[in-house]
Design a protein. Sequence first.
Length: 221
Amino acid sequence: MRTWKWGGATVALAAVTAWMACGQSGPGEAQGLQKAEAATVTLGDGHCAGVVVGQGRHVLTAAHCVAPDAGEERTNFEDGRRLNGRYVFVDRGRDMAVLELEAKAPVAPLEVAEGLPIPGAMLVFTGRHDRPGEPQRVMVERWGRCPSLPDVPNALFTTMHGEPGDSGAPLVDEQLRVVGLVHGGARCSIAAPTGDMAPEVQRLSREDTQPLARRPDFAPR
């Protein structure tokens, strides 16, 4: 478990105070931050991050993290476990990709929100489990166009302070739902909104529950 500095005091994650606007704290908020941190994974050699979503068999990440010839990727969890997976969805115009894992992730998945966080909304970024640091309260400053997101009319410009390797990591709302993935820019503060991916994640999750022979991507040998 990481130790973070929160509000000027060094505390264990289980004792982190709530980051919600009302300032109230409780075990639910600490557990929520733990869940968000555990669901955030690193990919391959750590070049990028992602988040476990759906029913636990898929990882949502940034498409610019995916090499043009990449078919498979390793997913690294905070407890040291690893799972391999294959990319089943890549949309470079929206900077979204989905990795299907070989087995169910050993962590609870996060839900993908269907909406778009409005300017002024407060989000949280827990960061990568392999880096010391603090959870960040992140405000959505505005929506706008970003040249590297040609198919996204409302990229999220935030107050986040990130660093290389944070790409693909989630920004979550007060319900611990994924609303954006770190994309880049100065301070790595621009996020690609994930609302349009909610139906795709749901579709992939439904297909994953089908018998293998009925899967549309299954071709008998």
